[in-house]
Design a protein around this ligand. Structure first.
Ligand code: NAD
Length: 332
């Protein structure tokens, strides 16, 4: 198939080109994100390959249909950025990479927690400046602390076993509890998890039920001084409410790999530009906020699997039969 591949970075091209060896699919690697202005770049393609911040809303999908696109392959697990009803209406089939490396995301979550708790980012800079003082670097033992995980799917499960290994008390919440986890953690209600956890980590999808799941009242119901970690999707957290709770000192720490308005910002070097997003820039100023720019998935292992699964999805879509990783309306 002729494939228009949006939001392409050098690393996407490298891993996809390797996975495409021996394949008949012809990729047009495009740097821009897919949106209303750039959809025209998909002209004469048969499929679109998209990533997390590409916008596949109804008008974009309609333009893709007019351009003759019949398939969309997502290089990610989440599918909150595509209007599945519109895709169905326009006869566009959608596939994703449901599971590429839950370890990559769970391990990055732990990297954020440990860095923020033990102030490793500050210590690194201090030592480089021959400042060997420990003032302000104190953290707490994870052992014995309560670690709450919201969403116990592929990533939440791996995270639960890692934090159980640290000796944490593992609290779990999911709308579909997984009985196999009850040997290492305890399922509780969302309110109880928020009230009892020293660290709360979000591992659930973004959808109409989870948008701003962590709003002002959820933040205020958290333990005073607790840490919140979001490595799922930015829209799960009301960032303005988080700023208020950081200013009041109720929220003790915030680690983010995702941000609701990250599109157009994350994945890009904007170091010489004036950032217009006042919420993000305020967040960056807090000493107890740590932000990475949607990096949790970014391991060689995950990239290889994403590329290989994307090519496999295209093979199955081109064949016109069953597509193992098809995203259908009832996936919601
Ligand atoms: P998954 O589908 O295996 O698990 C998601 C879990 O969330 C399921 O068990 C589901 O029942 C649960 N859930 C759904 N709605 C819920 C709700 N309202 N409250 C509590 N739990 C709910 O998905 P996964 O592979 O574990 O990935 C989780 C999310 O992580 C993805 O949706 C994606 O947005 C995000 N993600 C982020 C990165 C990154 O690089 N930062 C990479 C991969 C995935």
């Amino acid at each position: 198939m002729q494939v228009a591949c949006f939001s392409t970075k050098s690393y996407d091209q490298e891993f996809l080109s390797e996975a495409l060896e021996g394949s008949t699919h012809d990729f047009r690697f495009l740097k821009p994100e897919l949106n209303h202005d750039t959809v025209v770049l998909a002209d004469e393609a048969e499929a679109v390959c998209a990533f997390v911040n590409d916008n596949l809303d109804r008008p974009v999908l309609e333009a893709l249909k007019v351009a003759g696109i019949r398939s969309v392959v997502l290089r990610c697990a989440g599918f909150n950025n595509i209007d599945l009803q519109a895709a169905k209406d326009f006869g566009i089939r959608v596939a994703r990479v449901p599971k590429y490396s839950p370890y990559a995301v769970a391990e990055h979550t732990i990297a954020l927690v440990l860095t923020l708790n033990r102030r490793i980012h500050k210590a690194y800079n201090r030592v480089r400046d021959s400042n060997f003082s420990l003032e302000g670097l104190i953290g707490f033992d994870l052992h014995g602390r309560s670690f709450g995980i919201i969403g116990t799917g592929e990533i939440g499960k791996v995270l639960a076993s890692i934090v159980a290994g640290f000796g944490c008390r593992v609290l779990l919440y999911d709308i579909h509890p997984d009985e196999s986890l009850t040997s290492i953690g305890e399922y509780v209600g969302l309110d109880e998890l928020l009230r009892q956890s020293d660290i709360v980590s979000l591992q659930c999808p973004l959808n109409e039920h989870t948008h701003h799941l962590i709003n002002r009242s959820a933040l205020e119901s958290m333990k005073p001084g607790a840490m919140l970690v979001n490595t799922s999707r930015g829209g799960l957290v009301d960032a303005t409410a988080a700023i208020a709770c950081l200013k009041s000192r109720h929220l003790g720490g915030l680690a983010l790999d995702v941000y609701e308005e990250e599109s157009g910002l994350f994945f890009n070097d904007l170091s010489a530009q004036v950032i217009q997003d006042d919420v993000l820039t305020r967040l960056i100023t807090f000493p107890n906020v740590l932000i990475t720019s949607h990096q949790a998935f970014f391991t060689t292992d995950a990239m290889k699997t994403i590329a290989a699964t994307t090519v496999q999805n295209l093979d199955q879509l081109a064949a016109g039969g069953e597509v193992l990783n098809e995203v259908k309306l009832d996936n919601k």
